[in-house]
Structure formats: C-alpha cells, structure tokens
Design a protein. Structure first.
Length: 276
C-alpha cells in the first residue's frame, strides 16, 4: 500500500469525513477543509501533523485558491484532490428562491470548478496527480423535484469530463464518483428545500417533502464501503473516468443512458438531413 497525501474539501461529515478517517487510520496525510469551524477538531487532535485543517466556505471563490495554495506550500506534493464539499437543494424549480439557486450553483458547481483550477498548477508542476470530484447519480439521471441539484451536478460532470482530456498530457487524471443514496447526514444537514407551492401537491416534484418530514426511504449505500472504494480507485491505472457506487446508482445510470439512446438513435436519418 502506497502512502499518499490527500486534499479533501468538506471533511466535517458524510463522505468527506469517512474518507479522512479511513485515510488517517491507514497512515496517509490529509489536508481537510470545513465550512463550520470546530467541526473536525477531533481529527486534528487525534492525528497531529498528519491532518492539516483549514476553514473554507467554497462559496467564497477567491478564498479557495488561497487555501489550496497554502496546503501545497505546507505539505509539498499532494497526490489526490477530492472535490467533495456540497449539498442538495430540492423542490420544484418554481419553489426555490433566486438566492437558493445562486447558492446551489456556486457551492456545487463553481466551488468544484475553482477547487480544481486552484489545484491544477500544482499538479502539473509536480508531474501528475488525481482529481476526484464527488458527483452523484444525480449527475447522470434526473428526477422531478431536484432540477437545481441536477443542474449543479450535470455541470460538474461536463466540466470534469472535458478537464480529464485537457490535463491528461500532464499526468493528471480524473475520476468522477457517482454514488447513489447512502446512509449519511445528507437528508438532514446537507439537504435544503424550497417553499412548497400547492400547485405541486401530489406531483412527482413533491417527493422531497416526504424526505424532509422523515418519511422512510430505502437507502442501500454504506458510506464506509463507498469511501473505501474511492480510496482504492486512487490506485487504479489508468484512472476510471467514472466510478458508479451502489446498486441503485447502477440501475438509475444504466436506465438513463439506455433511455437517451432510445430517444436519439431513431433520429440518425433526420439528423443527417440537416447536413449541408
């Protein structure tokens, strides 16, 4: 097992926390960020100089580069950058406010883009490394009532798929992680909703109201196993561009891709009919 140094945004809970705990337990070094100060002090107290902690709200876009630059300056080589910080905004598109829309896109999409952009000069200079954005099944398959969350995650997918091609000549690889539902605090602290409109009562977009009210939802994903698979993926060469985790994710991803092909393939002749 190779000992590595990792930078992970959002280590206070969820996948970020699981990754940090497992990596530190096996002897790796971790630079972690948290939005809420004090939320990961126990990791710093337990692991000393193998855990570097910084405060970062990824909606403060200029601050991202400062934090990433400081981590590389302090630790030297960082092998893997996990772009994890984010949350879910749910509700019909009409139900969320303009401020909520902006905050969702800034956090999940712009924060991810700027984290990667801040890391790239360092990864190129050291001759390579791995970027691991934590996307979601929601980055490939869409569901009513999550349009803004999908917008942020589909943007992550497009950005990092193109970025993987741009940075391959420098030895920098990308793995998009596509987890399904997992038994984390996502449905609590990481889930936000719009103000319900009566017009959407009983429609597919209203499914999230049950989540907020604590309705039981079958969740198959084990965050410990998911984090372990993400860690293992850093050893794979070449890097998998996408890492689908959870049987629910696999079913939703494959169904979505098949449906898209079924919609597009019959249009081959009509598409060619617009050629010059």
């Amino acid at each position: 097992m190779t000992t590595r140094t990792w930078l992970i945004t959002g280590v206070n809970s969820g996948f970020g926390r699981q990754l940090a705990e497992q990596l530190l337990a096996r002897g790796d070094r971790v630079a972690g960020t948290v939005r809420r100060e004090g939320s990961a002090d126990d990791l710093r107290d337990a692991h000393g100089d193998r855990f570097r902690l910084a405060h970062l709200d990824v909606t403060d876009l200029p601050r991202i580069r400062e934090v990433v630059d400081a981590a590389f300056a302090d630790l030297g080589r960082i092998d893997v950058v996990v772009v994890n910080a984010g949350y879910g905004l749910f509700g019909a598109a009409e139900e969320v406010s303009d401020e909520q829309v902006l905050h969702q896109i800034t956090t999940n999409l712009l924060g991810s883009i700027q984290t990667a952009r801040a890391a790239l000069p360092h990864l190129r200079a050291q001759g390579g490394g791995r970027l691991i954005p934590i996307s979601s099944v929601a980055g490939i398959a869409a569901h009513a009532g999550a349009s803004l969350y999908h917008a942020s995650k589909w943007g992550v997918e497009g950005f990092f798929e193109a970025l993987a091609q741009e940075v391959a000549p420098f030895g920098v690889e990308v793995t998009l992680v596509e987890p399904g539902g997992a038994r984390t605090a996502f449905a609590g602290s990481s889930l936000r909703t719009g103000a319900p409109l009566a017009a959407y009562d009983g429609t597919p977009a209203a499914f999230v109201r049950g989540l907020r009210e604590g309705a039981p939802v079958p969740i198959v994903g084990d965050p410990v196993k998911i984090a372990a698979r993400v860690i293992d993926s850093a050893e794979q060469r070449p890097a998998p561009l996408r890492l689908v985790l959870g049987s629910d994710s696999y079913r939703a991803v494959t169904a979505s891709l098949r449906a898209r092909l079924a919609q597009v393939e019959p249009q081959e002749a009509s598409a060619a009919g617009t050629d010059a």
